[in-house]
Design a protein around this ligand. Sequence first.
Ligand code: AP5
Length: 220
Amino acid sequence: MRLIFLGPPGAGKGTQSQKLAESLGIPQVSTGDMLRQAVAQKTPLGEVARGYMESGGLVPDDIIVGIVSERIQKDDCAKGYILDGFPRTVVQAEKLDEALRSAREHLDAVVNIVIEEEELVRRLSGRRVCEACQRAYHVSTSASKQGGVCDACGGRLVTRADDEAGTVRTRLEVYRNQTSPLVQYYRQKGLLRDVEGIGSIQDVFSRINKAITRQGSDNP
Ligand code: AP5
């Protein structure tokens, strides 16, 4: 299955796509995680990406398209993948369409997590992430069992540099201006599955599972 997870910052794309990837046995391809890893390792990609990410802006399309195209050609993606945080602009979506066409592959669905802005700010201000495996926690709604340490791998939990209030405002604006047009882009293709993002992580997960098994309809 080839899926895209779409939604504003803090909607739960990472949380849900990781869970779904584990249950489907396919990789979660998160551009945010790939870029953060490159920044942490101070690779040439990381050095370029750092400034864009810290300001809450988007890394240029040609760089992102290059790293995703390379990633989805790897063997572990042969049976499918979940794209988390890509595409984020219409140019990226068109490039993905081209790559899929030339590989004679197609997308199965685009999960659009719908949620209001007030809740996003609340989620991002309390988010902690594992610096080793990138799993997301929240200080009040999904805290780790042993505070400060990842339940899955024992890594240290940290606050993401771009979760500071001013940067979150920029990221939300960037989403509205540059990414939200993709909702219409994929709706027109009959691929969009709107999923209500409020509720427990398990409730949202059940809605997503129902949505991706529904064929050719936009409506819940
Ligand atoms: P990226 O890492 O993709 O960030 P984002 O899209 O802003 O999304 P987030 O990771 O902030 O949120 P999420 O929706 O995954 O929510 P999560 O599950 O963590 O990108 C970071 C940066 O990289 C970008 O700003 C850009 O600079 C660059 N970049 C990445 N991709 C790019 C691209 N394609 N093109 C150009 N630049 C790119 O959940 C959030 C919190 O809520 C957590 O604390 C979680 O525990 C909690 N939570 C989740 N679900 C629930 C629930 N149901 N109830 C209560 N709490 C919940």
